[in-house]
Design a protein around this ligand. Structure first.
Ligand code: ZN
Length: 239
C-alpha cells in the first residue's frame, strides 16, 4: 500500500474538483473515481474528463494524475425513489430530509472507492463531503465518515485514511481554498467546467458557473460565491 498515493472521489462538481486539487498538492500519485448511479444530472459525468484535462495544465499536476476509474452503480438509481434519480420535484420530506437525499449513496461510494484503492494499493481516500452548510445529508457527516473508515479498515484488513478537506468549511471557504491551491486559473476552471446543478442545466451561465440558479445545489454554490467575491474584493482606499 503506497503512503504517497490517493484516490479522490470525483463527481465533476465544485467540491470534488477542489478536493482533487487539494490532493494533487499533497500526494505524488493521485487517481480519481466516479460513479454512474443513474443521476438525472448526467451532465456531471460529461464534464469530468474536461475538468481533469484542465487540471493537467497546472504546474506539477499532470505527472501526478493517474487513472480515472468509472464505476457503474446504476442499480442504486433503480432502487432509489429520489429527486436525483426519478423525475419528481425537489421537496422536503416528513423526516426532515430533502428528497434529493439518495439513501446509501455515500456509504456505497466509499465502499467501492475502498475496493478500488485496495486493488491499486492506495492508502489515502479523499472525499468532498461537508457538514458545515450542507443539504442535511446524514451520510456527509464527520461521524459517518469516521465510522466508515473503521468499518472499511476492519472489513478489508487495511489502513485506509479517509480525508475530508471540506468537512468544516463553508461554500465561500471552498472557493477560497480553490484560489489558494490554483489561483485565478483554478477558479476559472471551476466556474466554466464543473457542474453542480441538480437539474443538469448547462444553458444558464452565472458568475459562479452553469446551472438553473434555483435548485438547492445552485443556491448553495451561488451564495458561497457571492460571499467569496465580497470577501476577496479589494476595499476602497480611504479618503
Ligand atoms: Zn440548479
Amino acid at each position: 500500500m503506497s503512503a504517497d498515493s490517493a484516490l479522490v472521489l470525483f463527481s465533476g462538481g465544485q467540491d470534488s474538483t477542489t478536493c482533487l486539487a487539494w490532493a494533487l498538492e499533497r500526494f505524488a500519485h493521485v487517481e480519481t473515481i466516479g460513479f454512474d448511479y443513474g443521476q438525472g444530472h448526467r451532465v456531471e459525468l460529461e464534464v469530468r474528463p474536461r475538468v481533469i484535462a484542465g487540471l493537467r495544465s497546472f504546474e506539477g499536476w499532470d505527472s501526478r494524475l493517474g487513472e480515472d476509474h468509472m464505476v457503474d452503480l446504476t442499480v442504486l438509481g433503480k432502487l432509489s425513489q429520489t429527486a436525483l434519480t426519478q423525475d419528481v420535484a425537489i421537496a422536503m420530506q416528513a423526516n426532515g430530509l430533502p428528497n434529493t437525499f439518495v439513501p446509501g449513496r455515500n456509504i456505497l461510494f466509499m465502499t467501492f472507492a475502498a475496493a478500488v484503492a485496495y486493488r491499486c494499493g492506495i492508502k489515502h481516500i479523499v472525499t468532498g463531503v461537508c457538514e458545515t452548510d450542507f443539504s442535511g445529508y446524514p451520510d456527509c457527516r464527520d461521524d459517518t465518515m469516521k465510522a466508515l473508515q473503521v468499518v472499511l479498515n476492519l472489513g478489508m484488513e487495511s489502513r485506509f485514511v479517509i480525508h475530508t478537506p471540506l468537512m468544516w468549511i463553508d461554500k465561500a471557504q471552498t472557493w477560497e481554498l480553490a484560489q489558494s491551491l490554483g489561483q485565478e486559473a483554478l477558479i476559472e476552471l471551476i466556474r466554466e467546467e464543473t457542474h453542480t446543478c441538480y437539474k443538469g442545466d448547462r444553458t444558464h451561465r452565472h458568475d459562479w458557473g452553469w446551472g438553473c440558479g434555483t435548485c438547492p445545489a445552485c443556491e448553495l454554490r451561488a451564495s458561497g460565491f457571492e460571499r467569496f467575491t465580497a470577501h476577496s474584493a479589494t476595499p476602497e482606499p480611504g479618503p
